[in-house]
Design a protein around this ligand. Structure first.
Ligand code: NAD
Ligand code: ZN
Length: 360
């Protein structure tokens, strides 16, 4: 028996307005005088001068706006890496990702690919990365995925949607400034927040559960309940608490696993490009038999916040398309084992998944 020896984020700043500490944090990391930092920033912030002025850009630094409309791709990571190397004559001092899970994963992946040769598609899997990444900082602007704490950067490649899972993936520094989430639109706030809620449900109700994961998962679950089920928090308190829920939810799955909603949502995402947060909601809505209490509570949250969960995505799909989704979902064996135990193959058949997908 070996126990996972996994890395944690070594440094974290928390607080409303803490974003302004970025300059002070970066100064000692500028290894050579002219070594640039590269900022990968969600293009939501493009043109928002009041925010952009707060980024401590120095002469050689690069600021690249990236769209989060689609989830990150291996090809996109490789292209960004090539562009950064082409535009700089000296080595890069660090990568700073400012955005949601999409941008945070891109920042982690680009930081890794600056020091590891070839295509990021070659490293989709577990512990395939050979060399430490360049220094990388994550600054979430929306809460829920836990990408700020995790040791993976989820990428869609030519053959699969799978993360660069490695000890080098984890950020060297995270800045948690809940104020940055103020502008998140309501639906997106809910979908990404539900990613955290579903992390908790899948972790706490999984067969891999242990006291380590439970301690983080229960805290995250309580915080989600305060944010999504009780009407007692001010908007600022809700932002503060959801940011910490995301962190704890991410920590909870680090030492356990996610489950049915994530496995099936990966199928939707691979075939249809459905984004992670909303995809999880679409799937979770139909998982009463696996998570009765969690799904009932989820439906109550949907009702309370008047958010629409898309329906009818699969109604016109062909047999081949269903097969693609089912193949992707079934390939995520640890998720099923966590959800349904060692004998999961007896319960989770292709027919069963087809029936579930047909409802979505
Ligand atoms: P996202 O990054 O895809 O962003 C969603 C939308 O919110 C985008 O339109 C973006 O522009 C907008 N947005 C972000 N911050 C905003 C702000 N402050 N104001 C206004 N709009 C804002 O959303 P997400 O749900 O955080 O991330 C999803 C991604 O995270 C997926 O690619 C998924 O695979 C990944 N993920 C990674 C992990 C991990 O451990 N690495 C875990 C879960 C999910
Ligand atoms: Zn998730």
């Amino acid at each position: 028996m070996t126990f996972k020896n996994f890395p944690m984020v070594p440094r974290v700043v928390y607080g409303r307005g803490s974003f302004d500490q970025l300059q002070e944090i970066l100064i000692p990391k500028r290894t050579q005088n002219d070594a640039p930092f590269v900022y990968l920033v969600d293009d939501f912030f493009e043109g928002r001068e009041a925010f952009l002025k707060r980024i401590p850009l120095e002469e050689n630094d690069m600021l690249i706006f990236v769209s989060a409309n689609e989830e990150p791709k291996t090809q996109q990571v490789d292209t960004l890496r090539d562009k950064i190397l082409a535009d700089s004559t000296v080595f890069i001092a660090g990568i700073i990702g400012i955005g949601g899970g999409t941008i945070l994963d891109l920042a982690k992946a680009v930081a890794l690919m600056l020091t590891n040769p070839g295509s990021s598609a070659d490293y989709q899997g577990w512990d395939l990365i050979k060399n430490p990444a360049v220094y990388h900082v994550g600054i979430p602007t929306i809460s829920g995925t836990g990408a700020e704490v995790s040791r993976t950067a989820v990428l869609t490649g030519p053959a699969k949607k799978l993360g660069l899972n490695s000890d080098y993936t984890t950020f060297d520094q995270v800045i948690l400034d809940p104020e940055l989430t103020t502008t998140v639109p309501k639906d997106q706030w809910f979908y990404t927040g539900m990613d955290c809620y579903i992390h908790c449900i899948e972790s706490l109700n999984g067969t891999y559960i242990n006291a380590f994961s439970q301690s983080y998962g229960e805290k995250a679950y309580d915080l989600c309940q305060e944010v999504f089920l009780k009407d007692i928090l001010s908007p600022e308190e809700a932002q503060n608490k959801l940011m910490m829920a995301s962190w704890h939810g991410g920590m909870s799955i680090a030492y356990s696993q996610v489950g049915v909603a994530h496995a099936m949502s990966y199928g939707l995402s691979y075939l249809l490009g459905t984004k992670h947060g909303v995809g999880n909601c679409i799937v979770f809505d139909h998982l009463q038999e696996f998570y009765p209490k969690g799904v009932a509570e989820f439906k109550e949250m949907v009702r309370r916040h008047g958010v629409a969960i898309p329906k009818g995505l699969c109604k016109d799909l062909t047999d081949e398309q269903f097969d693609v989704m089912i193949d992707v979902a079934l390939s995520l064996e640890p998720l099923w084992e966590n959800a349904c135990g060692e004998d999961w193959k007896k319960v989770i058949t292709r027919k069963k998944l087809r029936t579930l997908y047909q409802k979505m």
